[in-house]
Design a protein around this ligand. Structure first.
Ligand code: LHQ
Length: 264
């Protein structure tokens, strides 16, 4: 079923979610946020979707919160309460992205600013077009980074660089983003779809449960001590060891053939 502000398409086991407000560089209005939350929940539940790609229509990935939506409220007696807006519309979506037990790739086709950058940072991998840019735009409108940026950004690029990017709100180009670890890969603009598809299809053909449990383990490791993490890995390995894909991987190795993983 096509959506207006968010379009989903399936190709084999890859579900692509396209932010679709190109006239405003895919800035988020509330309808778009609610739809994005819903399509993520659908993708999580659907066993046929084994890798998720998030990208933007037109020349932007996402310019973050639609400021026209916010600005129009300042004249009203009850202006938008930003914390409530975040809690209701952004935070569950970001948490879902971090916890969904499938690989999620951001195919960053153009500028990712403010909450649009936070969205890209919450994905598992980032593949960037050569012309894409990354802007912690919050400071330029007198706000603090939100949607998990203060959590994800320092973990990806280190505290000093994260402080600098968030304090200044300067534009980071794709080559610098690659150098500092903000993105995994940079490709020519006209190769973004093709290269993302290759990675997505590769990931979608791998043991999805093992990848999901790996994501759970790496998420947990951010706040754990070594002993706790060793024990958690042992627990997750018990689960992974009971999957069909584990059995298939071992049998295929012993039979000297390629494994046929089904995600179960
Ligand atoms: C936009 C936007 C936009 C509306 C471009 N809104 N129209 C905040 C509050 C509440 C709770 C949740 O959390 C947040 C978090 C945030 O996300 S705060 C940060 C919000 N985002 C920004 O401050 C970025 C604002 N945009 C820009 O600085 C520039 O547009 C960038 C650097 C992204 C791109 O610049 P250009 O490539 O030069 O494009 P442009 O500025 O000409 O934009 C194209 C159109 O998109 C333009 O409309 P127009 O009708 O003139 O063609 C812009 O008004 C519109 N647009 N961002 N966030």
């Amino acid at each position: 079923m096509p959506e207006t502000t968010v379009v989903t398409t399936d190709d084999k086991a890859v579900r692509t979610i396209t932010l679709n407000r190109p006239d405003v560089l895919n800035a988020f209005n509330t309808e778009m946020l609610k739809t994005l939350g819903r399509v993520l929940r659908d993708a999580e539940k659907d066993p046929a979707a084994r890798c998720i790609v998030i990208t933007g229509a037109g020349r932007g990935f996402s310019a973050g919160q639609d400021l026209a939506d916010v600005g129009s409220r300042y004249d009203s007696a009850e202006p938008l309460e930003l914390g409530a807006h975040l809690r209701a519309n952004y935070n569950p979506m970001i948490a879902k992205l971090r916890n969904i037990e499938k690989p999620v790739i951001a195919a960053v086709n153009g500028v990712a600013a403010g909450a649009g950058l936070s969205l890209a940072l919450a994905c598992d991998l980032r593949i960037s077009a050569e012309s894409a840019t990354f802007i912690e735009a919050f400071v330029s409108v007198g706000l603090v980074p939100d949607c998990g940026s203060t959590f994800t950004l320092p973990r990806l690029i280190g505290i000093a660089r994260a402080m600098e990017m968030t304090f200044t709100g300067r534009k980071v180009k794709a080559d610098e983003a690659l150098r500092i670890g903000l993105v995994n890969q940079v490709v020519a603009d006209d190769q973004l779809n093709g290269e993302t598809r290759k990675v997505a299809e590769w990931l979608a053909a791998l043991p999805t449960r093992a990848i999901g449990l790996t994501k759970r383990a790496i998420n947990a490791a951010w706040n754990a001590d070594l002993e706790t993490q060793l024990d958690y890995e042992a627990m997750l390995q018990t689960t992974a060891g009971q999957t069909r894909d584990h059995r298939e991987g071992v049998v295929a190795f012993l039979e000297k053939r390629q494994p046929n993983f089904t995600g179960r």
